[in-house]
Design a protein around this ligand. Structure first.
Ligand SMILES: [Mn+2]
Length: 471
């Protein structure tokens, strides 16, 4: 669909000033690393490929709902730090021996500035802005319209055996961003072999830099603060969404731009629904409340789950199941070190958790509990909550994973998940969520303190009161 002329758009905009047409190009905050970090990532990617790499940013059309804010495609962001719609980049590796290539090797393509649109959405970066090369850290910044010519010239020179891009997942859900641009590339470069760079970039994203880890720890600390608040306030009679509301406020008040994922607060039977997101039920006496809520800070996700007794005291059966999940999680955490794998093989972290759960406790019919653990032990964490990269790759220092075993028994209205975020270190691991108690006695104590002082509840320890992590 063509956009209306600027004049019509302006008139129409007066009528729908809060509407979706304009909201979709406002951007969410991610906090940039220094340009040198993006340059190093691009250099590493170029060095590992035998052909030019073309990566397309999101256009702003990916999510057209009224509440959508523009959020850059994570691989594009990872390689550029650029958060505005409609951009592309071309990365050109060293040519094979005996061949040569001239001109810049890292080019950012930007759409032209649109003054009429900027009235509504604020200024955007344009290819002709003074200082745009220094600001973006690319070797060259060109108008987007030049991309086609540059690609065709490069292909015609027959220097490289293939070109790379992010090929679409199969099937591609939602707006077909990757399908659209891959089709465009095939039309633009007929006869050129097009290969996928997704796995290579995903492997790079798995190992976090100190700057990324700092943002992740901030997301985690704010999420821990929110979980402390939930422990102090959960009680029968509240609705699930009220707990989420307080947690979201703590995230945003602390600087999170958004949630890392739709909050899950499930009481009673809802605790057994893995991705429960309606949050419209009342918390009842005797329920457990499963709280899987994490904020996103500077673009990086936290992912934390705690399961609380609604009235502040676990029943013997709830505690029994809780302690099995905790035992499984402790066994997993203890095994996290370089070389371990999340999935694949009998020593995998997943199998450790499954075997623990399946050899401890029983259901009401006397059966083992493995059947009530239907999901995986965890995932990589980063720009995405379920972050990029091969889940069977042996762990390396700098990777961050979650450990989140769970047991969900609908016939007992009982779901328990405990989820923490863990950095793989040279010698083992560091529990980034260590400040938030997992022990059931400690949780009951904090809940009792919260119930006592419902007006002046003791403040959660802040990130500076105690070490944010332990080895
Ligand atoms: Mn998770």
């Amino acid at each position: 669909m063509k956009s209306p002329s600027a004049r019509i758009r302006t008139l129409f905009g007066l009528l729908v000033i809060c509407g979706a047409l304009f909201a979709c190009h406002l951007a969410q905050a991610r906090f940039r690393q220094p340009n040198a970090e993006y340059q190093a990532r691009r250099a590493k990617l170029r060095a590992s490929m035998d052909g030019p790499i073309v990566v397309f940013g999101y256009t702003g059309h990916e999510d057209a709902s009224e509440v959508a804010l523009f959020f850059q495609e994570p691989n594009f962001y990872y390689l550029s730090g650029h958060s505005e719609p409609g951009a592309a980049m071309l990365l050109i590796p060293d040519p094979p021996a005996g061949k040569s290539v001239s001109g810049p090797r890292e080019i950012l393509y930007l759409p032209p500035r649109d003054p009429a649109q900027e009235v509504w959405e604020g200024p955007k970066m344009g290819p002709d802005d003074p200082g745009v090369v220094e600001k973006t850290g690319f070797e060259a910044v060109e108008p987007y319209a030049r991309l086609r010519d540059d690609l065709q010239k490069l292909a015609k020179a027959k220097i490289y055996p293939a070109f790379y891009t992010l090929l679409p997942p199969n099937p591609e859900d939602g707006y077909p961003h990757f399908t659209n641009f891959t089709n465009w590339l095939r039309e633009t470069l007929p006869g050129v072999q097009l290969k996928d760079a997704t796995d290579t970039i995903g492997a790079m994203r798995q190992v976090k830099s100190p700057g990324e880890l700092a943002l992740m720890q901030k997301a985690i600390d704010l999420s821990i603060d929110a979980h402390f608040d939930a422990m102090r306030h959960v009680r029968p009679g509240l609705f699930e969404y009220q707990i989420a509301a307080r947690m979201k406020e703590i995230h945003e008040w602390g600087g999170c731009a958004r949630e890392a994922y739709a909050p899950i607060v499930g009481a009673g039977i809802d605790s057994t629904v893995l991705h429960y997101s309606i949050l419209d039920n009342e918390i009842e006496d005797g329920d457990v409340v499963l709280i899987d809520v994490g904020g996103e800070y500077g673009g990086y996700a936290a992912d934390i789950t705690r399961t609380l007794p609604a009235n502040g005291k676990f029943t013997p059966r709830q505690r029994e199941i809780y302690e099995i999940v905790l035992g499984a999680q402790n066994a997993v955490i203890a095994a996290i070190k370089p070389g371990a794998v999340l999935y694949g093989g009998p020593q995998s972290l997943h199998d450790i958790s499954y075997n623990y759960i399946n050899t401890h406790g029983h259901d009401k019919e006397g059966r083992t509990l493995g059947r009530y653990y239907p999901h995986g032990v965890g995932h990589f964490l980063g720009l995405d909550v379920h972050d990029a990269g091969d889940r069977e790759r042996p762990l390396e220092p700098g990777m961050v994973i979650t450990a989140e075993p769970g047991i969900y028994i609908p016939e007992e209205r009982l779901g328990v998940r405990i989820e923490d975020d863990i950095l793989v270190t040279k010698d083992g691991h560091q529990l980034l969520t260590a400040r938030l108690p997992r022990d059931p006695d400690e949780i009951e104590k904090i809940m009792a303190q919260g119930a006592q002082g419902s007006q002046g509840a003791p403040a959660a320890p802040s990130a500076t009161d105690s070490p944010a992590s332990a080895h």
